[in-house]
Design a binder for this molecule. Structure first.
Ligand SMILES: [Fe+2]
Length: 487
C-alpha cells in the first residue's frame, strides 16, 4: 500500500475511533489532555514513545489498535508508563515495544475514561525514507503559533507520505505553560497524525522543559541538563540528534558520543539534527558557541562521513557546499550543512559582514533571509538582493531513495499563501559502503572532567580562532548596534 494512502487512512482512523468505536473524548469532564507527541524511541520498526499532559493528576493509560482501529493489540505489546507533576500540570510518558514493522497503528491516551487519539506508522525497513524538517517557530502568542502551524500544514500537503518530521528546536519562546498551551492548541491536531523527532533548542531548555515534554530513548545520552542526545535508524538512514545547549554548544563527551554513534552504524546515509548552526549569516554566528561548531562538530562529521547536518537557531535558510575540513569537496565526499530556516514569523536579516570573516563565501551555496527589506538572498556574488517571494515561513522535505538523497526547501509566502521553492539539491552515492567500526558501549555520563576539558577546548578555540574574527568585525557590530539597537 502506498504510504500516502496509508497516511490518509490513518488520519481517517482517528476520526473513526472518535465517533465509531465508543471512545469518549476529554470534552465531557474537566480533565484536559494536551501536548500529545508520538516520538521515535529506539527501534523505529517496533517501538514508539508517546507523551502527553493533563491539567490534573490522572492515571496513565494507553490503548493501541490495528486494522482500522478495530483490533485492540494493547495486550500484545510491552508498555511502560510514567507520570509526574511538572510546573503545575502532569506529564505522562509511555514507552511502547513489540510493534510490527510497516504497520499503521491508532492509539488513545488518557485516564481510562477521558481519551485523546492519534496514529503512527512503523518503519518497514525499505530504502525509501521521507521526512519533513522545520525549525524555530519560537512563538509566544497563539497567533504566531498558528502561523507556524500553517507552514507545517503546507509541508505535509507537499509531503503527505512523510515517515516523520523533525523540529530542530525553539518550539516556544520562554517555555511557559501559557506558551505550551498555545503550542498545543495550534499543533496537537498535526502531532496526532505524525511521529516527531524533537531537537532541544536553547529556548526549550529553560528549567528542563524539553526533557519533560517528550518520550525519548536517552539511555545512551550525555549532557542531559538542557536537552538530550539520541539516535535512530529509519530504513537506510541513520539520524543522530545532538543537544547544543549544554556546555555552551557541545561538550567533549557529546563529541565522543557522536563519533561513536556514527561509527556504530552501517546505514547508507548519516544525518545530524541539532539546534545551533556552525554556518550562518545571522546574528548568532558571531558568538564562539556557534562558531566553535565549525571546528568541533565539523571534525567529527569529517571523520565519520556524515552526509547532512540540519540545524536552526539563526532564523534564516542557508546551505553550504559539501565540506571536508571546511573546504569544498565533491558532494558525495563531504558534509552538507543546512540551516533549515524558520517555520515561524520571527526572522533574521543578513549580517553581511559575517561573510568572509566568519567563513569563506567559497563554501556558501544558498542563503535566504525570509525577511523583508534589504538583502534577503544570496546570488553567488552578493547578499544585496531582495525578493518578496522569499518572505514567509520555511519548511524542508527530504526524500531518500536508495543511493539518492534529495532536499527541497520552500517558503510559504506571507502575502499570497503560495509556495516558493528556494532550494533543491540531490546527493547521489554508492550504497552498502559504510561499515561499523565501533561496537563498544556509548554511554559517557557528564562529569566534572568533561566540563573542565570542554571549557578548555572552547577557550582554546575562542582565543586562538574566534577572537581574531570577532575583533575584525567589531566596527561593523558597533555600527549595527547603533542602527538597530541589537548586535
Ligand atoms: Fe535558538
Amino acid at each position: 500500500m502506498k504510504k500516502s494512502l496509508k497516511r490518509a487512512i490513518s488520519i481517517l482512523l482517528c476520526f473513526a475511533m472518535l465517533f465509531c468505536a465508543g471512545i469518549s473524548t476529554s470534552a465531557a469532564d474537566d480533565v484536559v489532555i494536551s501536548r500529545i507527541h508520538c516520538t521515535v524511541y529506539g527501534d523505529t520498526a517496533t517501538q514508539r514513545g508517546i507523551s502527553w499532559y493533563t491539567n490534573v493528576e490522572t492515571d496513565t493509560q494507553v490503548k493501541v489498535y490495528t486494522l482500522l482501529g478495530l483490533v485492540d493489540v494493547t495486550d500484545s505489546l510491552t508498555i511502560e508508563t510514567e507520570c509526574e507533576e511538572w510546573d503545575g500540570n502532569y506529564m505522562h510518558k509511555a514507552y511502547i515495544s513489540g510493534l510490527t514493522a510497516g504497520t499503521t497503528y491508532t492509539y488513545k491516551v488518557g485516564d481510562g475514561s477521558n481519551w485523546e487519539t492519534g496514529t503512527f506508522t512503523t518503519d518497514n525497513g525499505d530504502n525509501l525514507v521521507n521526512f519533513v524538517v522545520v525549525a524555530d517557530i519560537q512563538a509566544s502568542s497563539l497567533e504566531n503559533f498558528e502561523k507556524g502551524k500553517a507552514t507545517i500544514e503546507a509541508a505535509f500537503k507537499k509531503m503527505p507520505y512523510a515517515d516523520f518530521y523533525a523540529n530542530l528546536g525553539d518550539f516556544t519562546n520562554d517555555s511557559t505553560n501559557e506558551e505550551w498551551d498555545y503550542y498545543a492548541e495550534a499543533m496537537d491536531a498535526i502531532n496526532a497524525t505524525q511521529t516527531i523527532v524533537p531537537v532541544a533548542g536553547n529556548h526549550d531548555s529553560n528549567s528542563g522543559w524539553f526533557n519533560n515534554m517528550f518520550a525519548l530513548d536517552t539511555t545512551e545520552s550525555v549532557r542531559t541538563n538542557n536537552g538530550v542526545n539520541y539516535s535512530f535508524d529509519y530504513g537506510n538512514v541513520h539520524v543522530a540528534v545532538v543537544n547544543t545547549n549544554d556546555n555552551i554548544s557541545i561538550s567533549n563527551a557529546q563529541l565522543t558520543w557522536l563519533e561513536n554513534d556514527m561509527n556504530s552504524t552501517d546505514a547508507d546515509w548519516k544525518i545530524v539534527f541539532m539546534h545551533k548552526s556552525p554556518y550562518s549569516l545571522g546574528k548568532d554566528i558571531k558568538w564562539p558557541d556557534a562558531c566553535y561548531l565549525q571546528e568541533s562538530l565539523a571534525a567529527v562529521c569529517d571523520k565519520t562521513n556524515v552526509d547532512l547536518v540540519m540545524s536552526g537557531h539563526d532564523h534564516m535558510y542557508l546551505r553550504t557546499k559539501a565540506l571536508n575540513d571546511n573546504k569544498v569537496v565533491d558532494q558525495k565526499d563531504g558534509t552538507t550543512y543546512v540551516l533549515a530556516g524558520t517555520a515561524g514569523s520571527k526572522r533574521y536579516e543578513f549580517r553581511t559582514f559575517i561573510l568572509n570573516n566568519y567563513f569563506s563565501q567559497d563554501i556558501l551555496e544558498v542563503a535566504v533571509s525570509q525577511k523583508s527589506g534589504y538583502g534577503n538572498y544570496w546570488d553567488g556574488e552578493t547578499l544585496d538582493n531582495a525578493d518578496t517571494n522569499n518572505i514567509g515561513g520555511v519548511f524542508n522535505t527530504v526524500s531518500v531513495v536508495g543511493g539518492a538523497l534529495k532536499l527541497d526547501s520552500y517558503v510559504l509566502v506571507d502575502e499570497t499563501g503560495e509556495l516558493n521553492q528556494i532550494d533543491s539539491f540531490t546527493i547521489v552515492k554508492a550504497t552498502g559502503e559504510n561499515t561499523v567500526t565501533y561496537t563498544g558501549e556509548n554511554v559517557q555520563k557528564s562529569d566534572i572532567i568533561d566540563t573542565l576539558s570542554s571549557f578548555m577546548s572552547l577557550a582554546q578555540y575562542s582565543l586562538g580562532t574566534w577572537l581574531g574574527m570577532f575583533i575584525k568585525t567589531l566596527p561593523d557590530l558597533i555600527s549595527t548596534y547603533i542602527e538597530t539597537g541589537t548586535f
